[in-house]
Each structure stands twice: as C-alpha cells, then as structure tokens.
Design a protein around this ligand. Sequence first.
Ligand SMILES: Cc1ncc(COP(=O)(O)O)c(C=O)c1O
Length: 409
Amino acid sequence: MQDCPTFVSHLECSLTGKRYPADTVQGLSEAGRPILVRYDLPAMAKSITKAKLAARAEGGFWRYREMLPVRRSENVISLGEVMTPLIEATNCAKKLGSAALIVKDEGRLPTGSFKARGLALAVSMAKELGIRRMAMPTNGNAGSALAAYCSHAGMESYVFCPDDTPPVNVREIALQGARTFLVNGLINDCGRIVGEGKDKMGWFDTSTLKEPYRIEGKKTMGLELAEQLGWSVPDVILYPTGGGTGLIGMWKAFAELETIGFIGSKRPRMVSVQAAGCAPIVKAYDEGVEHAELWKDAHTVAAGIRVPVAVGDFLILRAVRESRGFAIAVDDDAIVAALAEMAADDGILLCPEGAATYAAYKQALADGRIDKSERAVLFNCATGLKYPLPEAGRSLDMHKPIDFAAMAR
Ligand SMILES: Cc1ncc(COP(=O)(O)O)c(C=O)c1O
C-alpha cells in the first residue's frame, strides 16, 4: 500500500462542538459524548476524484484512504477486506411486489462481520498513536474483530462478553488471541468493567463510540454503497441498531460525500431497526425525545442489537429524524421467520440482526411507512453461519430401498 495524503483537521465533540487536536489519543469528550473526526474537505475534494477511485484495483475499504484518518501506510492493518456485494433479493421482492430490495452482505468481511470496518480503523489508529493494549465490551462480533486486528498488529486485546453470547463468537475471540471474559450481565455491565479496569490495566477503552475512529471505519459502508450505486444513494436504508455506529457513520459519510461533490443533496431515509425486547431508540423516537432511557430486561435472539443504552443515542435519533426515516421494532418470531424466508426464497442466509431488517421492511410495507416503489437496502451485518441454526435433514437408511418419490414431499 502506498503512502497517501489524509486530511484530518481536528476532532470535535458531537454534542458541544468543542475541538480537540487531531492525532491525539481521545476517549469521550469532556461532555461525556462521542468525538467525531473532522476533515479539510475542500482539500480532500482537490486530491481525490471519482475517476482516481475507479482506477484503484484495491477492493476493500482502504481504497478510501484519503477520506480516513490513518496518516502512515505502515500503520494500516489489513486482513484482506473486500467490497461487500449488493445482492438483489429478487424472489422476496417479487413476492412482496417491491420494485427493488437489495441486501448489502457484510458477512463477507474478515471475521465475518461489518465490525471489521470499525475495528480495522480503531486498531490502525491505536497503532499510529502508540497504544499497545486495547479492551472492549462486546455482544460478539466486535470482540472478534478487535481480537483479530490486534493480533495481526502485534497488540494485546481484552474482551468482555455477556455470558450468553453465541458460543462461536466467544471461541473465535479467544482463538484470535484476545484474553476473553464471560460476564454475568449485559453489554453495558461489561462496559463498566472495561471502564473500571482502564487505569489499573493500562488498556485503551475501545467501546462503541467511546473513541473517535470506529465510526470512521463504519462510515465506509456509506462510501462503498454510494460508489456501488454509481455515486447515488438508495431511497431507504434499514439498519439493525445496537450502538448505532454504522447508522451514524453512514450519515456522516453522505454529508462528507456531498461536500466534496461526489453525491447530490438526496439522502436515503434512515430506518433504525431494533428488536421488540430491546428497543430504547424506537421508544425515544416514538416519544419525540432526544435521548433514550436505559431499556430494562433486554432480550432478543438478535444478540448484536441487544444494547440497552447507547452513548450515541442522540446521534442515531438525529440522523433518523433529519433523513425523515423512522425507528421500528420487530419481535423475535418475526426475526426468525424472516431469516428462514429469505434463506429459502433467495438463498441469502442472513444473521438474526440482518433478518430483523427484512422483518422490519415487511412490517413497514404493510403499514405504509415504506412504499413498494422505493429502492430499499437491508444491511446484513454478519454471516448467518456464525449463529446456531435450526436442526435439519431427513435420515436415509442406505441399507434399505430408497423411496425417491417421497423426497420431493
Ligand atoms: C450482527 C450485528 N448487527 C448489528 C449490530 C449493531 O451494530 P451497531 O453497534 O453499529 O448499531 C451488531 C453489533 O454488535 C452486530 O454484531
């Protein structure tokens, strides 16, 4: 990878606008809120063109180097990222009478989820800033990506998961080199342990939105989507929302792309999808308030979106409202049914969180919040193969005559 100019001008508190210098180690702002990376966008616009990008052979998100904060190429940690495909769910769309239903399949990324984007950036920036030891609470996929990118970078990682995190996640985290702990609580309880141990253990708190760079990685979902659609945006994006980094990141990406002249002023309607058993953002959206309350007794089969409280709640709600989108909750039965339906009809094996977006899409079509004529993109954030799958298969006794006619039944 060649050295390439980057255009970070400063860091900025997302609530108060207070500025912090670029290239410094930062957690939350003084106001206790996420810090965003800001760029010299006019200079970026002069340096990068659509043609230059199109000529790049590199497929993954590091192709957007000028729009990202890592200054030196030797600090870029890569595990072979790819541009994730847009797959038309033609059979599901036909059944529902929809004009276009597209799945962006993030399961193709290293460690099998979109968390690779945020953690590649966070770990690369940590390396650039001299951090050697990182820690995070996780519902599974983020911990796996942290472990993998840290190990690849020769850095240490400490990962804390709720003790009912899908076993495959816990095992991949540990195998990829993290010191892995199971906590008898939820992700916010794990987060408290990370915060408490920070000074004692000398680790950097890599929790969702508690450092400025994961969001820059997630931003690349928006950059990539716009490039794949010929530098345009879809009508609607449905995003499974836990901490909301991806939704906030894409919203930031579209604003930056407009400023550098890559897209126009059209924005997709951003739809925040949550599970009915853990829907703090949906409740806040419905009540018209700016911050979400902690959700009690959170439960859902979609482990990745079981996030009872999000430090960037107001940023999620702001993006949803500014885009004239909405927030919607779907119950677990609808998630499980949606997963099975898209797998059988279109051969696309969604993760439960991705399936939540398909369930939400169907619900929103039925209640008129999404129109059949709109081009909708569902984010499938992880490979469906990471999750427990229902038992299947019929036994055949090879020693007896085979009843072939019965097979089609
Ligand atoms: C598969 C999956 N989908 C969605 C999410 C939620 O992502 P975000 O924190 O960006 O809202 C997660 C987070 O763990 C996840 O693992």
